[in-house]
Design a protein around this ligand. Structure first.
Ligand code: FAD
Ligand code: NAD
Length: 477
């Protein structure tokens, strides 16, 4: 039944975030058990695996966004959504402080939301390691805005390089894209950009041919550390064919508006500083803890030794609390910060919360039945009540049997450009490591099938077809 106002007999469950963790939870949550409130500055879910393709217009960003309102309207009981950022969590008072940070603000833009139970799925922010100049000068690749900014900047650099009387050195700088971070984000972006150049840019603007260049900078000795050696080699050789330069053992130390300063470790172990000019700088060095999470961690003694996020137990309960859970990139459960982990955690938590609600209903029923039994007038009534009590106890035991969270790794998959992808897939018989065009077709179909909705799938398929027929759109919005 539709329920418009909070039901005072139910607990209030507040869910922070509309990313992989929170949305997977919402998908499977029986919302009629709780007064559910979702809070996120983003009123949509974003299918991040295809975000790198949005930077070149291969895919239009709206094709991988799904409005949260559309997800919520299909739930059995009403779920409230507030487009706001949680700025502070008071775990003792059981209150979340929220703030509307969007452009349009009403008379009230800051308020507080009390909760009985809280799920934190706010993800992470971009790591910069405090390196000077990063925030001011580079583009990140995490949100839709970031992808749009990169898409604009690519064309801005190209058109500026083509400006009348531009000096050759300056043309070279403007057409040089530096990507910092050789994790999957950096690798996928570098591949997409080089594809864009090969398939479209160099045909439309042949004058940039000689100078367009992509460099991927990585501090460690190799890129894609989570993949097997064979696939790392395959990626590196594909990049070589594509003429993307990989600079490993190169750690960026400082960034200015026109160049990066890096510390390069030479084969003999000596280190030297190098200045690398760039036109576009994309920064993809992984995750850092969000301030709201850091603040909460600092207030809970049990979180003292945790650095990378909220330490949780095997049921995803935030250590040091009893009514707060965390999922995804903001939680530390000894898994990599991936969509795969976040979505499995969200699904697990939905089952857990559904079971908890069921258990509570049965416990209340048990209380009622034991009263019935105590007040029974005849032996027969007493036995009948006892029978029901036993049945309830059996049900309760079954429900409470829910085991701890266990992650099941389906494999790693990444696009590396040139219509090639790499995959480390766990199969029942062992692991399969594969790279190449077939893997690319697998990558495409896997990501298509993982899209949130049929609408998203159709839009993405259209975008791919459109790019194939007409090329990517190079107009700068
Ligand atoms: P997110 O999905 O980041 O969601 C966090 C949510 O919290 C967002 O809705 C955000 O708006 C909201 N939020 C932020 N701050 C607040 C606040 N203060 N209060 C309330 N809400 C807040 N993983 C894979 O497994 N496979 C891939 O192919 C893959 N590709 C990726 C490609 C890119 C370009 C990127 C950036 C990541 C990719 N990942 C991939 C990683 C994956 O996206 C993350 O691990 C995943 O998004 C984590 O889910 P999450 O729910 O923890 O956080
Ligand atoms: P990452 O943490 O995986 O990689 C960041 C890289 O940046 C590291 O290799 C690190 O050595 C390097 N780095 C850090 N500081 C540097 C510096 N100053 N100079 C040079 N290099 C530096 O980050 P990511 O690629 O953004 O990925 C984040 C998470 O999202 C990961 O868990 C990843 O698995 C996941 N993800 C998965 C996919 C996929 O499966 N296709 C795609 C994107 C992201």
């Amino acid at each position: 039944a539709e329920q418009m106002e909070p039901d005072p007999s139910k607990k209030t469950l507040v869910i922070l975030g509309t990313g992989w963790g929170s949305v997977s939870l919402l998908k499977k949550l029986d919302t009629e058990n709780y007064n559910v409130i979702v809070i996120s500055p983003r009123n949509y879910f974003l299918f991040t695996p295809l975000l790198p393709s949005c930077t070149t217009g291969m895919i239009e960003h709206r094709s991988i966004m799904e409005p949260i309102r559309n997800i919520l309207r299909h739930k059995k009981a009403t779920v409230k959504f507030y487009e706001a950022e949680a700025t502070k969590i008071d775990h003792e008072k059981r209150v979340v402080y929220i703030s509307d940070d969007s452009e349009v603000k009403g008379e009230i833009s800051h308020t507080e939301v009390p909760f009985d139970m809280l799920v934190i799925g706010v993800g992470a922010e971009n790591a910069t390691f405090g390196i000077e100049g990063v925030r001011e000068n580079s583009c990140f690749l995490k949100e839709v805005d970031d992808a749009q900014k990169i898409r604009k900047s690519i064309m801005d650099c190209v058109e500026t390089a083509m400006f009348k009387d531009q000096a050759p050195e300056e043309v070279k700088r403007l057409l040089h894209t530096v990507v910092v971070g050789g994790g999957p984000t950096g690798v996928e972006f570098a591949g997409e950009l080089q594809d864009f150049f090969n398939a479209d840019l160099k045909k439309w603007i042949p004058d940039i041919k000689e100078n367009f260049h992509v460099t991927l900078v990585e501090a460690l000795p190799n890129v894609l550390p989570m993949f097997s050696k064979q696939l790392i080699d395959y990626t590196e050789s594909t990049f070589k064919e594509e003429s993307i330069t990989i600079r490993t053992k190169t750690m960026v130390k400082k960034v200015t508006d026109k160049h990066i300063e890096a510390e390069v470790t030479r084969p003999d172990g000596t280190k030297e500083r190098e200045i690398i000019p760039y036109g576009l700088l994309v920064w993809a060095t992984g995750n850092a803890v969000r301030p709201v999470v850091r603040d909460l961690m600092s207030k809970i003694p049990a979180q003292k030794n945790s650095r990378r996020g909220l330490a949780v137990n095997e049921y995803l309960v935030v250590n040091g609390t009893e009514n707060i859970w965390a999922v995804g990139d903001c939680a530390v459960a000894n898994y990599a910060p991936t969509a795969q982990v976040a979505s499995q955690e969200g699904t697990f938590l939905a089952h857990l919360l559904n079971s908890m609600a069921k258990a509570e209903t049965i416990e209340n029923e048990l209380k009622r039945l034991s009263d019935v039994q105590a007040q029974a007038k005849s032996e027969e009534d007493r036995n009948a009540a006892l029978g029901e009590i036993r049945e309830c106890q059996r049900q309760l035991r079954r429900i409470k049997q829910i085991g701890p969270f266990q992650y099941s790794h389906q494999g790693s998959l990444a696009y590396i450009g040139k219509e090639r992808a790499v995959a480390d897939i766990s199969w029942w018989a062992g692991n399969i490591a594969s790279g190449g065009t077939l893997t690319y077709l697998f990558w495409r179909s896997a990501y298509l099938s993982m899209c949130f909705s049929t609408r998203n799938r159709v839009l993405v398929a259209f975008d791919w077809t459109k790019a194939l027929l007409f090329g990517r759109d190079v107009s700068r919005e």
